[in-house]
Design a protein around this ligand. Structure first.
Ligand code: MRU
Length: 370
């Protein structure tokens, strides 16, 4: 896997011709892309190094893509699904180069990629689509698989823009919002889910203030969300994770807007650790909770949140920062997601519309990710 450093931010997203003012405004606040297929490799914006370095990894094997997902070089539910799909393309190229045309030759790569991270269903969802396509064709066809990976990526961007408009419409002008983790362009094909709603609401001049929580231990809020909003000219105030309830008590935020890694059939939502305590605080303070996620995050096979596999990561992520100890020499318990019960959520926004409680019927009625 090769690395590449660059001092300037990634290429701005192109503005399609003939767009109306709102779309133009959205584009003004949407300049980052975490994944690009270049030549015969997947170029990954290395999120471990942001905001200090804008650097890239060029992944040319499925194993390198799986490692980039496990190591959080690429992270965020939709983004790891897209990366996984490109990982399958790389495996297909390698198999064909070795003279193997049997789709079963891809099975080890599917297994490797699927094991890279457990909680976000988008990874398994994207791999299932790629596997179905490989089986349908009946032989290894990297060109067809590449086209599908690119479709998954393009559909995610379109879904995010749609959700941005749907979610922004729920936010009364003059509102403040709090968001947690990073759900933006960096976590998706582009534009973002919850952060896409923030982008759209900002472009529509609905927001009085945007707050982002640091998101210990990996600091997705401090390192990624704050940087991403800064790149896109949206003012943001960073808070420590433990300031969320106090912020709500001051009346400065009317919505908690978050993404999701897996939404169960009843609306229970797995998301970044800390979402649950923010949702509990929000209910106490009359702050509404909006979950924003594409239908590829909805897992109708999961009846409720109790069955969701919560990833446990190395305790060193809690006790160390940049290799330096920040705690006494003890062990740490490091679950990186939690489950917010559906009863604490006011609205779930997918690209198909806004679903209100009880969520079951609305989630079942919307087409699942294609
Ligand atoms: O561990 P991460 O950084 O992959 O966790 C990301 C989150 O929890 C996001 O909120 C979620 O994936 C939605 S991203 C649009």
């Amino acid at each position: 896997m090769s690395t590449d450093r660059q001092s300037s931010p990634p290429t701005p997203a192109a503005t399609p011709a003939g767009v109306d003012a709102v779309v133009a405004d959205n584009n003004r606040h949407d300049s980052l892309r975490p994944l690009a297929w270049q030549g015969n490799a997947l170029r990954v914006l290395d999120q471990r190094r942001l905001p200090v370095d804008v650097a890239y990894l060029d992944c040319s094997t499925a194993g390198q893509v799986a490692q980039a997902i496990t190591d959080l070089a690429v992270r965020g539910a939709p983004a790891i699904g897209i990366a996984g799909a490109y990982g399958v393309v790389l495996a297909a190229q390698a198999a064909l180069a070795a003279g193997d045309e049997d789709p079963a030759a891809l099975d080890p790569a599917f297994d490797l990629l699927e094991r890279a991270r457990p909680t976000a269903v988008n990874l398994a969802w994207a791999l299932a689509r790629m596997r179905a396509e490989a089986r349908r064709v009946g032989r290894i066809d990297p060109v067809g698989l590449l086209a599908l990976a690119q479709t998954i990526q393009a559909d995610d961007l379109a879904a995010n823009r749609r959700m941005g408009d749907l979610g922004a419409a729920l936010i009364e002008p003059g509102s403040g919002v709090l968001t947690h983790c990073n759900t933006g362009s960096l976590a998706t094909a582009g534009f973002g889910t919850a952060l896409g709603v923030v982008r759209a609401a900002w472009a529509q001049q609905r927001l009085s203030a945007v707050f982002a929580s640091e998101t210990r231990p990996w600091l997705q809020g401090a390192r990624l969300t704050a940087w991403e909003l800064q790149q896109d000219h949206i003012p943001v105030s960073l808070i420590v994770d433990s300031a969320g309830a106090h912020l709500m008590s001051t009346g400065r935020v009317q919505w908690l807007v978050v993404g999701a890694d897996r939404i169960a059939a009843n609306g229970d939502t797995a998301n970044k650790i800390g979402t649950l305590q923010l949702a509990i605080a929000a209910r106490h303070h009359g702050v509404r909770v909006m979950v924003v996620a594409p239908s590829s995050t909805v897992d109708l096979a999961m009846a409720d949140g109790a069955g969701i596999d919560i990833e446990l990561r190395d305790g060193a992520e809690v006790t160390h920062l940049g290799g330096q100890p920040t705690a006494a020499a003890v062990t740490a318990w490091n679950p990186v997601f939690d489950v917010t019960p559906a009863t604490l959520i006011d609205a779930i926004v997918t690209e198909h519309g806004v679903v209100r409680p009880p969520f079951g019927p609305g989630l079942r009625a919307a087409p699942a990710g294609r």
